[in-house]
Design a protein around this ligand. Structure first.
Ligand code: FA5
Length: 343
């Protein structure tokens, strides 16, 4: 029996040497140590021995079984660590390798966004807050609160898009409604700008779009005059177009200001000499402005006997066109990358 046990141990150790993976290790374990394996057969045979022999054989069998199990554990460790190294080799990543595939190019900010952010910085440096208002606006804020009653012909100046089923809502035609909203929200004294999209039912051409950007400004305090307004507007014009730039204010009717002006800047192309772009006038129209009408102050909850203020509305899209010499406004909302990549 002792001899058979030694042979089994020998067989186990030799067989284990050739084992390189878990499957064959398991098969060998079943063959030698399994319930119906070689070791179990020897144990069964031991039952036929006499007492003395059985005792000696039992002790030897336990010793050999432990040795075989130890050998199996060693090989199991070896197989596992080989598998781990193989896995690591397969999963190795070269962090210096260039990314595979087509790189997407870097985009750039839309020219309107660039000029808007530039002006937000300029106005912030002068103590203005940057306010916001809804693009889908109530008829009340867009017209009525701005001193344009329902039957007033001034409504025709800004034909807009109405919303089906909501006769009292419009796509805002200008950023001026936020004048009132800001007065109501922040109170006075107030210094705010409102950049944003506006919409008009226009037959589009090189200077008119149905969707365009304005930049509204509103300043209210005690003792504010037209002189303050001119100073601010001149600062903006010089900031955008250079220190030689001048502005010209001429009377214009807007129901929400009194007096109202039409603001022009020196033509960037001819520097004021007169050319085709400025229709030989030397000036280009870029904003409307004026002293806020007392009725509008009242709508905003401000006492016109104590406070005065001015407001202005730049055609932001026009400012961009002038800055970059763009000859057709429709390029700006057209989404053509060949155009947009130039900025
Ligand atoms: C207004 O919209 C007034 N809310 C401006 C204002 C504000 C006046 C505060 C007084 C006080 P107007 O309709 O003129 O005014 O438009 C102002 C500017 O927006 C124009 O000078 C022009 O530069 C621009 N603009 C108007 N309509 C269009 C359009 N369809 N496409 C592109 N720009 C436009």
């Amino acid at each position: 029996m002792k001899e058979q046990l030694d042979q089994l141990k020998q067989f186990a150790l030799e067989s284990l040497q050739g084992v390189t993976d878990n499957d064959s290790l398991e098969r060998l374990r079943v063959e030698i140590l399994g319930r119906k394996g070689k070791m179990a057969e020897l144990m069964k045979a031991m039952a036929t021995l006499g007492d003395e022999d059985r005792k000696a054989a039992g002790a030897a069998a336990n010793e050999i079984k432990a040795a075989i199990e130890g050998a199996f554990a060693t090989v199991a460790g070896r197989v596992e660590s080989a598998a781990r190294s193989e896995r690591l080799g397969r999963e190795w990543i070269d962090v210096t390798e260039p990314t595979i595939g087509v790189r997407s190019g870097m985009g750039n900010l839309h020219p309107v966004t660039q000029v808007r952010e530039d002006l937000e910085d300029l106005f912030s440096s002068m103590g203005f807050i940057v306010a916001d208002g809804p693009e889908l606006e109530s008829e009340y804020y867009n017209f009525t609160a701005l001193n344009i009653p329902a039957t007033h012909p001034a409504r025709d100046m800004q034909d807009t898009f109405y919303i089906e089923g909501h006769p009292d809502m419009v796509m805002r035609t200008h950023t001026s409604p936020v004048q009132i909203r800001s007065m109501q929200k922040y109170g006075v004294p107030l210094r705010a700008i409102v950049p944003g999209r506006c919409f008009r039912n226009e037959a589009t051409d090189v200077r008119h779009e149905h969707t365009f950007h304005q930049l509204e400004g509103v300043v209210i305090d005690k003792g504010i005059t037209l002189g303050h307004m001119k100073g601010v507007l001149e600062t903006v014009a010089k900031h955008l177009y250079g220190s030689e730039t001048q502005i010209r204010l001429r009377p214009k009717f807007y129901p929400f200001v009194e007096p109202g002006v039409n603001g022009e800047v020196t033509c960037f192309l001819c520097k004021g000499a007169g050319c085709r772009l400025c229709k030989k006038s030397g000036w280009l129209e870029v904003f409307g402005a004026g002293m806020i009408h007392p009725n509008v102050l009242r709508e905003g909850g401000v006492d016109p006997d104590v406070y005065s203020g001015f407001a202005f509305g730049f055609g932001l899209t026009r400012l961009v066109m002038l800055k970059y010499g763009i000859d057709d406004i429709r390029h700006l909302e057209g989404g053509d990358l060949r155009f947009l990549k130039q900025f």
